[in-house]
Design a protein. Structure first.
Length: 279
């Protein structure tokens, strides 16, 4: 397939391009080459390049900054996605889009299925939900993949922060009362590849495998253990670490539907993290 990837300088795109190019022809456009908020340019690019599928990795991803700049977040995560959905619909092309566990409020005690009711608790989540809605309203050929706690070589993330801090400090305080599942950009890239080869359009959840979710504290402890540092990880509560944007408390995503459709089962998060750190 010929695949157009937007947001090509981002963390996910870095690994997605590498994974997809083994089998597909990739046109990778960073913001400078294609700003997804520029409607005419989006239409023209999709028409002229004539890809078989568009994968959107472009996003406004600074969760705390979004609270102070809601219009900037909505412009990229809402209107930018609207532009892509319209342009893809115009050409009859599928759009693959990455979304987030932050479309949920985190109050559910069991895993979130793709059919659960959304209710974001921060501006970033609202803007990502706007993108999902535009896709569902404007096109019928789409793959929306919600994921969580992404880390990868192509960008700054929780793993790189903990590794850096553990070289500088004897102890790091990390929140223990927020639960979710980490996901490597390599795992997600393979998931995207498998899904876009199915033609089974819809909304899916994909994360690395945890049994019921882990806390940021658990995640940090494993990173430090596997990297051989002696830094002590100290558990704290969300209230002890106030941030501009509220976070969902429990955003454990059920990946069952994704596995049913693709036959691809997520790997254990500790194994994935170990591979990542030893690479
Ligand atoms: N990171 C996470 O923990 C996480 C969790 C769940 C879901 N997700 C979702 O996963 C996807 C990939 O995230 P990521 O971590 O790879 O994000 P990222 O590293 O922040 O990359 C996003 C890319 O989008 C580009 N971009 C921003 N505005 C643009 C525009 N108007 N037109 C074109 N490109 C634009 C950015 O360019 P600049 O560098 O020039 O700004 C950046 O290269 C996003 O949809 C995100 O919402 C992420």
């Amino acid at each position: 397939m010929k695949i157009l990837i937007t947001g090509a300088n981002g963390m996910l795109a870095h690994d997605l391009i590498a994974v997809l190019k083994e089998r597909h022809k990739i046109i990778a456009y960073a913001r400078e080459a294609l700003d997804i908020t520029a409607r005419d340019h989006v239409y023209r690019s999709v028409r002229e390049l004539s890809p078989d599928v568009v994968i959107n990795c472009a996003a406004f991803t600074q969760v705390d900054r979004a609270e102070a700049e809601p219009e900037a977040a909505l412009l990229v995560n809402g209107i930018g996605v609207q532009n892509l959905a319209l342009a893809c619909h115009d050409r009859g092309l599928p759009l693959c889009h990455i979304s987030t566990d932050y479309v949920f409020d985190g109050e559910k005690r069991s895993p979130y299925s793709p059919f659960d009711k959304t209710r974001p608790v921060n501006v970033y989540g609202e803007s990502k939900l706007a993108g999902e809605k535009y896709i569902q309203w404007l096109t019928n050929k789409f793959y929306v993949i919600r994921t969580s706690w992404l880390y990868g070589k192509g960008g700054n993330n929780f793993v790189s922060t903990i590794l850096k801090l553990s070289e500088e400090r004897p102890e790091i305080r990390v929140v223990k009362d927020q639960i979710g599942s980490p996901t490597s950009t390599v795992s997600l890239s393979h998931a995207v590849k498998n899904l876009i080869e199915t033609g089974a359009y819809g909304i899916y959840h994909f994360t690395d495998k945890t049994d019921g979710g882990i806390s940021w504290f658990d995640f940090a402890r494993e990173i430090v253990k596997l990297s051989g540092h002696n830094t002590e990880i100290v558990p704290i509560t969300t209230d002890e670490f106030p941030r501009p944007a509220r976070r969902p408390r429990r955003s454990f995503l059920d990946t069952g539907l994704f596995s049913l459709v693709t036959g691809h089962k997520p790997e254990d998060w500790q194994k994935v993290l170990k591979n990542y750190l030893s690479a």
